[in-house]
Design a protein around this ligand. Structure first.
Ligand code: HEC
Ligand code: HEC
Ligand code: HEC
Ligand code: HEC
Ligand code: HEC
Ligand code: HEC
Ligand code: HEC
Length: 272
């Protein structure tokens, strides 16, 4: 009796889960419901600091409402892994980032809105380190605390980089910085994973960037270090210019001094 009940419960839960997987909407909707209706209950999907431009095209651009008897289904208008490519052309570069290539855009981007630019799920290096920081995890990793999971095996198969415990240096070699140093190619910005890597696709292996300076394609390492050298040269030049102009001023002053000094002495030596 008891085990029958358990079995029944299992079947029910299973059936429920399958139905939800198929996109069953918890609230009945009409077949030709318009996007404005969605916002009555899901307003937060269209609000925020960085809203996806496609939201203005309406929810039903990506979500399709199907009403079957008394169940309402809300499915994506294309298979999840193809949806984003229906509007965003896939890069034709030779090296593609795994999750980008597989159309798993929503691992990194919220499809609707987020606090971060480009609806990214995290900012700066922490976006990349979610998957690439060498660490041990127990059980599945809930990526960015969303429902998207990497099993331990998935996670192990992602290439890791070894950084020091502050996560600011130790890659791509030695104690090279990945944070907290100026990115000389982008004045005012700090070095980050994206200083050297492309996020989606690149012509070079390992998603390494190529930069173009004066229409010449350059190695990312050389360009940044040359910019560094140039900056240092400019600083050295500035210091030497300052010393030179100080020396010139002193020389001019000394040239005037014979006239100045006696006058002063005359004044000072006049008794009152
Ligand atoms: C009367 C309120 C209401 C309206 C109107 C409504 N929803 Fe929902 N919807 C909910 C609730 C409640 C949930 C469950 C909690 C959640 O996921 O936010 C939900 C869940 C969802 C989900 C996740 C579950 C699933 O079915 O995959 C999607 C997608 C969704 N809604 C899309 C839409 C779209 C698109 C519209 C407009 C066509 C819409 N909703 C209109 C209340 C509503
Ligand atoms: C119906 C067409 C459409 C679909 C589908 C679509 N986008 Fe967009 N997306 C746009 C348009 C239009 C823009 C603004 C112009 C541009 O940058 O190309 C945009 C811009 C973006 C931007 C730049 C920031 C912004 O909002 O302007 C990101 C990031 C983005 N989309 C991610 C995605 C992801 C991830 C998916 C899949 C979940 C997706 N897009 C699916 C139309 C779409
Ligand atoms: C550019 C395509 C696109 C547009 C436009 C879009 N959605 Fe979505 N939506 C998605 C995708 C893709 C998912 C699945 C996200 C995932 O797997 O992380 C989703 C999931 C959802 C969910 C369930 C999961 C969650 O994030 O809460 C709700 C609810 C939802 N959308 C509501 C809406 C509403 C309301 C609108 C209109 C304001 C809208 N969507 C417009 C692509 C879109
Ligand atoms: C590994 C994380 C990651 C994945 C996966 C990813 N992106 Fe991005 N995407 C980024 C980052 C990071 C930026 C911001 C780049 C920058 O600031 O230079 C970005 C920027 C964008 C932009 C705006 C700038 C541009 O290139 O036009 C669009 C649009 C975009 N992504 C679409 C997509 C689509 C579509 C997919 C899936 C096919 C996808 N992204 C998958 C990380 C990702
Ligand atoms: C959702 C998990 C995830 C996130 C977030 C992520 N990556 Fe990856 N990355 C992968 C996976 C999986 C691979 C292995 C597949 C492949 O070779 O592209 C990979 C591979 C790479 C590689 C090696 C590519 C090659 O050709 O061998 C580089 C470099 C890289 N990622 C950089 C980044 C950077 C930079 C960011 C942040 C903008 C980032 N990743 C964010 C999952 C992720
Ligand atoms: C100063 C430039 C630079 C910075 C900054 C940088 N990388 Fe790299 N990264 C490289 C180069 C160059 C390679 C290729 C090394 C090689 O082929 O041995 C590489 C390789 C990788 C790989 C592939 C490792 C493998 O074993 O296949 C991953 C993953 C990666 N980087 C992620 C990141 C992440 C995440 C960040 C930010 C925390 C980052 N990188 C910052 C230059 C950089
Ligand atoms: C975004 C700018 C930038 C890029 C790109 C860059 N570097 Fe650096 N690199 C720096 C800075 C900043 C320092 C620290 C300089 C200092 O301390 O004066 C540095 C230091 C170094 C050092 C000296 C010591 C150390 O920490 O190991 C070496 C060697 C080096 N870089 C090699 C490389 C190589 C190889 C690449 C390409 C994979 C590269 N750099 C790409 C900015 C960059």
């Amino acid at each position: 009796m008891k085990s029958n009940f358990k079995l029944l419960l299992f079947v029910l839960v299973f059936a429920f889960a399958m139905r939800l997987n198929a996109g069953e909407h918890p609230v009945p909707l009409e077949k030709n419901v318009d996007a404005a209706k969605c916002l009555e209950c899901h307003e937060e999907k269209s609000k925020g600091t960085h809203v996806h431009s496609a939201i203005s095209m309406g929810c039903t651009t990506c979500h399709e409402v199907k009403v079957e008897k008394d169940t309402t289904l809300v499915n994506l208008t294309s298979p999840a892994e193809e949806l984003c490519f229906t509007c965003h052309e896939k890069s034709k570069e030779t090296t593609l980032h795994g999750p980008y290539n597989q159309g798993k855009c929503v691992l990194c981007h919220d499809p609707h809105t987020s606090e971060n630019e480009n609806q990214l799920r995290a900012q700066g290096n922490s976006l990349c380190l979610e998957c690439h920081q060498d660490r041990s995890i127990t059980g599945a990793l809930k990526l960015f605390k969303t429902d998207h999971e990497f099993t331990e095996e998935d996670f192990k198969s992602v290439p890791k980089i070894g950084l020091d415990p502050t996560l600011k240096m130790g890659h791509p070699m030695g104690m090279h910085k990945v944070a907290d140093a100026p990115d000389l190619l982008h004045p005012g910005q700090k070095i980050s994973c994206l200083s050297c890597h492309e996020n989606h696709a690149s012509a070079r292996e390992k998603l390494v960037r190529t930069v173009e300076i004066n229409k010449k394609k350059m190695d990312i390492c050389d360009s940044c270090h040359m910019a560094n050298d140039e900056m240092r040269m400019a600083e050295a030049q500035k210091r030497s210019d300052e010393l030179e102009s100080k020396r010139l001023k002193e020389e001019q002053l000394r040239a005037k001094q014979p006239n100045v000094m006696p006058q002063k002495m005359q004044k000072g030596s006049t008794p009152k």
